[in-house]
Write a protein that binds this ligand. Structure first.
Ligand code: LLP
Length: 386
């Protein structure tokens, strides 16, 4: 089944562009609200890194989620979209001084700290402003995830977080510093995870760590398990809303949350992935040796995921009903990896047809680049195109 798109409206727009179906986005947000309401102390933060389009951010803010930021720029984007600073968490292995200062000025909810030197700098900068910064430690749980190597983050070999062995020492250091307030632990094992067993493994690890801390009478108010819930790239229409029910149930069943603790989530892809498509125009159909190419006006500069992670995005010709033929779908960039899909069956393609690259709402527009001096793609919502 093909997606439904306002193709007449699309004809008026300059391609390539991102299209966000706000009904899918709002339905997804409603589902998150409904599923988390079952539990008393679950707080979901949207991971801005997945998509910082201001119109998308506004809809997410209206739904009441908090945000997870990884740079000063994202903090600014979140504040601009109206998210309260009290719902901002800020992570990242390399926070620059100005970024920490920005977080301090806004009195954001929490810095997710990834090293001792960073903790010391936050303490110093907070002292200079006469503030006390809430900090959580990002612990590297050494838990693998069944996902692409480039988006696995929770293994000891990855650059992220503080090792489990150092956890207690770091908490003790924090307790001795005047301008930081230790409030929680933070984890994130990877992205595009569909096997709930990976989250179970994370829960088990957190349970062990919590027991250790409890034995030493260290109180942890907030547990943040990061994000990572994947989406169905193969069938975007069959399951446009990810299985949030199972996801939250997994944590409810497996994580031994203390009564006074709040459980935080940082979901990116699962919130925005399925609402977005990259819409491109066919420039040429070229006959190659033993194959034909559909050459689009969108390339890896607009959607880098296939080139960078060999990611699959469903491709549809949304302006043709003719009998399908097989194409390699490629972009115009001067790189051999500028390929969206090989041997793809598409309704017969001709110059001028519109092509949708589905499930591109997350890590699409935001990862676009100006390579080859190309313009960045615009993003439109379905609300604007009625
Ligand atoms: N929290 C932390 C600490 C993270 O590092 C990430 C993603 C998230 C939350 C959100 O993860 P999500 O729920 O979206 O899986 N560009 C790659 C994905 C990189 C993910 C980086 N960290 C891609 O296009 O697949």
């Amino acid at each position: 089944m093909k997606g439904t798109f306002p193709t007449d409206k699309f004809r008026e727009l300059r391609t390539p562009f991102y299209y966000y179906d706000t009904k899918v986005l709002r339905d997804t947000l409603d589902c998150i609200r409904k599923e988390t309401a079952k539990y008393e102390n679950y707080a979901v933060h949207y991971a801005v890194k997945a998509n910082a389009n201001p119109k998308v951010l506004t809809i997410i803010r209206e739904s009441g989620l908090g945000v997870d930021c990884v740079s000063g720029g994202e903090i600014r984007a979140a504040i601009k979209a109206g998210f309260p600073a009290s719902k901002i968490v800020y992570a990242g292995v390399g926070k620059a001084d100005w970024e920490i200062e920005l977080g301090l000025e806004y009195s954001i909810f929490c810095f997710n700290v990834e090293s001792i030197p960073e903790l010391e700098v936050i303490n110093e900068l907070a002292a200079a402003k006469g503030k006390v910064a809430n900090v959580a430690f990002r612990i590297n749980p050494n838990v693998g995830a069944h996902t692409h190597a480039n988006i696995t983050t929770g293994l000891a070999e990855n650059k992220f977080g503080i090792s489990m062995e150092d956890m207690e020492r770091v908490i003790e250091i924090a307790q001795g510093l005047k301008n930081v307030n230790f409030v929680g632990l933070h984890f994130h094992i990877g992205s595009q995870i569909l096997d709930m067993g990976d989250f179970v493994a994370l829960c088990n690890r957190i349970n062990e760590l919590q027991d250790k801390l409890e034995a030493r009478r260290i109180r942890v108010e907030h547990i943040n398990v990061g994000g990572g819930l994947g989406i169905d790239y193969t069938h975007p229409n069959r399951q446009p809303i990810p299985d949030f029910k199972s996801y939250f149930e997994t944590y409810d069943n497996c994580l031994k949350l203390r009564s006074y603790q709040t459980l935080h989530f940082e979901l990116g892809r699962a919130v925005v992935g399925q609402c977005g498509s990259l819409i491109a125009k066919v420039l040429y159909v070229k006959q190659g040796t033993n194959k034909q190419f559909a050459i689009l006006d969108a390339g890896m500069t607009d959607l880098i995921r296939p080139a960078l992670y060999q990611a699959y995005h469903k491709i549809e010709n949304i302006t043709s009903d003719e009998t399908p033929e097989t194409y390699d779908v490629v972009g115009p960039i001067c790189e051999s990896s500028d390929v969206f899909g090989k041997a793809v069956d598409l309704n017969k393609v001709k110059r001028g047809d519109l092509i949708a690259l589905r499930s591109a709402g997350a890590y699409g527009e935001i990862m676009a680049s100006g390579y080859n001096c190309r313009e960045l793609p615009q993003g439109y919502t379905s609300d604007e195109l009625v």
